[in-house]
Design a protein around this ligand. Structure first.
Ligand code: C5P
Length: 232
């Protein structure tokens, strides 16, 4: 499995994104495109980034009835991204339908990754708003197991959960972990963070890094530092 650093491209427009990408003369980093950019610019933004030679994690977190998710994944499949995702809360049937929709005629499919519980949802919110009374780490592991049962490739999780996900679902089950900061960096609004080197040590497969690279004075140097620490 290829360990890699994925840059979270949380830009509001394609001009801002391309100004950022133009800084990279040698590397073609793996990029995460989220809802903000996708909804602002439409699917053409994905095609343009692919044409520039980058791998793409399309982070749209689908969650709907199985039939709708299957058909939507089929549309996304034609964009030829490398990784995409959905909410495990949509149930095993929804995840199975998603995988079916995403699978190309030759039987291959982009990596399909599940969101378990968002890191913005804590134990209290889960109990009060969602009426889920189990401990949150048990819920996260249960949702990860469901994703594995449905045939998905892995989950998005906090770096602190990655080791337990591998223990529960096997080491080939991919963990994609945001919440990464340099040891000497600003943690911003992230609460539970790890350095790229720590994320490597606990076995994350992909780290998703946004502002420590995009807001750095020298984004290319920050990206290289991440790769050196994480991939080695
Ligand atoms: O700028 P920063 O490194 O905090 O960006 C992290 C990226 O990962 C953002 O795009 C954020 O939306 C995403 N993310 C996260 N925590 C999650 C899931 C996704 O920070 N649990």
């Amino acid at each position: 499995m290829g360990k890699d650093v994925i840059i979270a491209c949380d830009f509001a427009s394609k001009e801002a994104l391309f100004d950022f990408l133009d800084l990279f003369k040698e590397e073609k980093p793996f990029l995460k495109v989220g809802m903000e950019l996708f909804y602002a610019e439409g699917p053409e933004i994905v095609r343009e980034i692919k044409r520039r030679g980058h791998k793409i994690f399309l982070d749209l977190k689908l969650h709907d009835i199985p039939n709708t998710v299957k058909k939507s994944m089929n549309v996304l499949s034609r964009l030829d991204v490398d990784m995409t995702n959905l909410h495990a809360a949509g149930t095993i049937s929804m995840m199975e339908a998603a995988l079916e929709g995403l699978t190309r005629p030759d039987g291959t499919h982009p990596m399909l990754i599940a969101v378990t519980q968002l890191t913005s949802t804590d134990q209290q919110r889960m109990e009060d708003d969602l009426l889920i009374h189990e401990p949150i780490d048990k819920v996260v592991m249960h949702y990860a197991s469901n994703a594995k049962k449905a045939g998905l490739d892995g989950v998005v999780c906090s770096p602190l959960e990655a080791e337990k996900v591998h223990d529960t679902c096997g080491k080939d089950f991919v963990t994609v972990t945001p919440g990464v900061r340099f040891a000497d960096g600003d943690i911003g609004d992230q609460k539970r963070v790890m350095t790229p080197a720590e994320a490597k040590k606990i076995g994350s497969d992909y780290i998703v890094v946004g502002r420590p690279i995009t807001a750095a004075e020298d984004p290319v140097a920050a990206y290289r530092r991440c790769v050196a620490e994480f991939v080695g």
